[in-house]
Design a protein around this ligand. Sequence first.
Ligand SMILES: Cc1cc2nc3c(=O)[nH]c(=O)nc-3n(C[C@H](O)[C@H](O)[C@H](O)COP(=O)(O)OP(=O)(O)OC[C@H]3O[C@@H](n4cnc5c(N)ncnc54)[C@H](O)[C@@H]3O)c2cc1C
Length: 372
Amino acid sequence: MPTFELDEEIQDMQKMLRDFATEMIRPAYREAEHAGETPSELRESIKELSVHLVDMPEEYGGLGKDIRSAVVLEEELSYGDVGITVDVQDTSIGANAILIFGTDEQKTNLLTPILESGDGIAACFSEKGNPVSPEFIETTWREKEGSYKLMGSKTFVVGAGRAKNYLVLAKKDGSNDWQDLRLFLIAADTPGVVVGDRLGTLGLETCAVADVALMGVKVDSSRVLSAESSDAFKSKLGKVLDYARIVTCARMVGVMSATSDYSAKYSTERIAFDLPISQHQSIAFMVSDNATDVDACRWMTWQAAHEYVRGGESTANRALAHVVERAQKVATDSVQILGGHGFIQDHPVEKWMRDLRALSLIPGNDLFPEHG
Ligand SMILES: Cc1cc2nc3c(=O)[nH]c(=O)nc-3n(C[C@H](O)[C@H](O)[C@H](O)COP(=O)(O)OP(=O)(O)OC[C@H]3O[C@@H](n4cnc5c(N)ncnc54)[C@H](O)[C@@H]3O)c2cc1C
């Protein structure tokens, strides 16, 4: 029986995070955007909330819930500001990859210390000009006496230069077999890891984005994640990406909800032609369509999270396709409701429009477009 009932502990965390997002994160969004980073005190405070631990197993230091709880909390943080959320919530996708691919020993030795410290893991999957598929990947590994050497270059790495770890996807030199793909968990200060200049971006300016080159980086076999067959690797990587897609949906819903609430309130306060603009029908339709889209996108996100846990047919791509599309509509209509005021930085809606556009490009649908 499907249910949208949240357990009491998560309901309490949700309420606490809504207050935190409104009172602590929202007031800091412009400063963070202009500085290009989250203020360090705020970063520490968010880490202390332990949202990154919520869906990690208790035996590795997590809170023992699952992605259904994580999406609720990610939405709340993003309601405050998604640039700050993406910047600070930088362990979850990498930690989930270790959980999916790792042996029991790797989970204990790699995951536990990362969860304890809250150190970030930046995902290094994309390459310039290349789809993420073995025949096109140019980052390669060679093995010699139990250690691996990596050569290549990754791009669009969010958290580059800031995260303490990189999770790098590479193929065996000369092989296009899925089974010869590996994920390497590399400490950021390993010799041969070279972070490029920060890239200018459309939205999400709080996050550092750059290329990461791997110049003969030596990695111990204990930090290499693999699968027993091509099908197993594909299926596990599909699960890692589905997780990322569902979390991205939740973050987008948080921003959609913020912009919908903000423009709805504005429409009751702004007077034009002697009436609050909310009483002009064209504005009223936009306000109510926005609220409807937020609800529908949230429910598709929750359903995708539910299927993820249940192990049923993945609906992550479908949810993301819908959220991405409706998010653009909610963002532009919110700016429209504010009219010329939507264009200036006295209000946050222009920023939310840029952030939603950026988030809508993350998905990585070039990998497994058939999946979902
Ligand atoms: C904000 C942001 C954060 C990111 N973070 C990371 C990160 O941390 N780590 C990382 O590794 N990567 C990251 N990425 C990269 C991201 O995953 C890729 O940009 C994404 O996979 C798309 O790949 P691409 O840019 O090469 O686009 P392309 O694959 O070149 O696509 C270009 C256009 O063609 C369309 N297209 C492509 N293939 C098909 C097809 N088969 N059928 C129809 N249309 C198609 C696409 O939809 C798109 O509109 C990030 C990207 C963004 C925008």
